[in-house]
Design a protein around this ligand. Structure first.
Ligand code: GLU
Length: 304
């Protein structure tokens, strides 16, 4: 398969199309990102990789970080994680409060904000310094010591993050939050601010494409069962209330973030990350989805 040729075609066909959406602005710092940025990076087995455009430029990974924190929580608690958070698609916007009321504070899944905040609570309970743990996990799976938080983005989100603070308070009132609100949201705003490039994200996500094993060292990070569960959640819940559409168009497990990044994997085949900051109405990168649709069509490699 000539992956580079396929990526070049995707770039040629998509880099000049008109987009309808807008860059996320509810986190003020994100509104400053150049909307023309467009990059894609694909890793296959044995460390071969292919790319185009701004694929080595770092951006705010936002909700993509929820896959990393879930992975750590599953390593810590195993199946007990599911006592605190469910595994069903929500069909509601990612920051919705409504389902929590009639579902007694148990979030639908770990990739909506409420669920990710419960996962933060688990990490805060288990680690003295969860920010340091998350960083060392991400640095390990990318083999890159330079990955870091963007403190400006974290502070920017904190200044407007009232809904997330409300979600934690609400779940605390309903008994599903154990720690104080402040360290949980501080950790959450930092995890969302992680700055990574498409290249780094595609490399990190190879553990999910590779049965839980690191590409370079072969070290087992996750069991086969946990990898299967995380991939299933990415498939059913990774794209806000557009998970069905993403499955329909692209056909891969993946996760998006409001920074405009999307990462997707094909078990045993590849891991791919794409970035353009313009989001559609559901909060997913418009160009990113189009690029991934072309990738699975041209390679014939979706999971369906
Ligand atoms: N930090 C963002 C928020 O909580 C993450 C949203 C996202 O990327 O889906 O609103």
């Amino acid at each position: 398969m000539d992956y580079q040729k396929i990526l070049n075609t995707i770039y040629e066909e998509l880099s000049h199309i008109d987009l309808q959406g807008e860059v996320a602005s509810y986190i003020p710092e994100l509104a400053k990102v150049d909307p023309r940025k467009f990059g894609m990076h694909l890793y296959v087995g044995k460390g071969e990789h292919f790319c185009f455009g701004d694929s080595t430029e770092k951006f705010s990974i936002q909700s993509i970080s929820k896959v990393f924190t879930l992975t750590i929580a599953m390593q810590l608690l195993g199946e007990n994680v599911w006592e605190r958070v469910d595994v069903e698609p929500s069909g509601d916007p990612f920051n919705s409060l409504t389902q929590l009321e009639y579902e007694n504070g148990i979030p639908r899944n770990p990739f909506i904000n409420a669920g990710a905040l419960v996962i933060c609570d688990i990490l805060v309970s288990n680690y003295e310094d969860p920010k340091k743990e998350l960083l060392s996990f991400v640095r390990k799976i990318t083999q890159d010591e330079n990955i870091n938080y963007d403190h400006k983005i974290a502070a920017s989100e904190k200044s407007t993050g009232f809904r997330n603070i409300a979600l934690v308070n609400y779940m605390k009132a309903l008994g599903n939050i154990k720690n104080d609100v402040e360290p949980i949201v501080d950790f959450y705003f930092h995890q969302c601010s992680l700055a990574m490039s498409c290249e780094e994200l595609a490399k990190a996500f190879m553990i999910y494409a590779n049965n839980g094993k690191m590409l370079e060292t072969g070290e087992k990070i996750l069991s086969r069962t946990k990898t299967k569960r995380i991939n299933a959640l990415m498939q059913t819940c990774g794209f806000y209330d557009e998970a069905g559409e993403f499955s329909f168009e692209v056909g891969l497990p993946g996760k998006s973030g409001v920074g405009g990044g999307i990462v997707a994997i094909h078990p045993d085949q590849y891991s791919v990350a794409v970035w353009n900051p313009i989001l559609n109405q559901k909060g997913n990168s418009e160009l990113g989805m189009a690029a991934l649709e072309k990738l699975t069509t041209m390679t014939g490699l979706s999971i369906f």
